[in-house]
Design a protein around this ligand. Structure first.
Ligand SMILES: Nc1ncnc2c1ncn2[C@@H]1O[C@H](COP(=O)(O)OP(=O)(O)OP(=O)(O)O)[C@@H](O)[C@H]1O
Length: 204
């Protein structure tokens, strides 16, 4: 991203944001509610156009938006088949492996409208990951997760980086800064590298 600017109805949200994300990196962006984190991610995924500047993702992209892209009437399994077609995959092995890693295999035949919020978020994450993307853009990926799943999420994110994936995690609140390679803070429309404050106790 180079010098990206975005305003909504004349109100600037991003005032010249530049960001590099390389293969194998786990990068975090933290910022207050309304700081523009989702706007930044939506520009990166191509969902939203910047007013000026350049935003480019090279490679296959996996995106986990803040609002889950799920349909209540479909089962977990039906979502996997739907996304399998969308991604043009031959098999669902990786999706099943991810479901297993997130402790969700037991929900495969359950309709989404009957799932808890945390379980829906797990499915949202599996749908973003099941095609083994080279760039992973995650908006508040661990909202609603219990502690065990939260830890599994970070293990998974690090394992993906070790396989060469570039992972960007955006959150209004984050712990465990030490799990990240770089932490940025978005504030007043500007992105700055944040000081690492140890293993806990920092947020927006
Ligand atoms: N389509 C839109 N039209 C007008 N204003 C918008 C639009 N989308 C976002 N905004 C405003 O832009 C600002 C940034 O929103 P954004 O969702 O990017 O913030 P965020 O950092 O992701 O917030 P949160 O942590 O609450 O998810 C907010 O003030 C929001 O109200």
């Amino acid at each position: 991203m180079r010098d990206v600017r975005k305003s909504y109805r004349g109100r600037p949200v991003l005032r010249g944001v530049s960001l590099d994300l390389f293969p194998g990196q786990l990068v975090g962006v933290v910022g207050e509610n309304g700081a523009g984190k989702s706007t930044l991610l939506r520009i990166l995924t191509g969902d939203l156009a910047a007013d000026s500047g350049v935003a480019e993702c090279r490679g296959t992209v996996g995106s986990c938006p803040q609002d889950a892209v799920l349909h209540g009437a479909f089962t977990v399994e039906q979502h996997l088949w739907f996304f399998r077609t969308a991604y043009g995959l031959n098999r669902l092995d990786r999706a099943y492996e991810l479901l297993d890693q997130l402790n969700c295999t037991g929900y495969r035949n359950q309709r989404v409208e009957t799932l808890s919020g945390g379980t829906r978020q797990k499915l949202n994450l599996v749908l973003a990951l099941m095609h083994d993307p080279q760039v992973l853009l995650l908006d508040e990926p661990y909202q609603g997760f219990d502690w065990d799943t939260y830890l599994r999420f970070w293990d998974l994110a690090r394992a993906l980086c070790d396989r060469g994936c570039a992972v960007l995690v955006v959150s209004h609140l984050a712990y465990d800064a030490s799990r990240l390679d770089i932490l940025y803070r978005l504030g007043a429309g500007v992105l700055r590298e944040a000081e690492q404050c140890g293993t806990s106790g920092w947020g927006s």
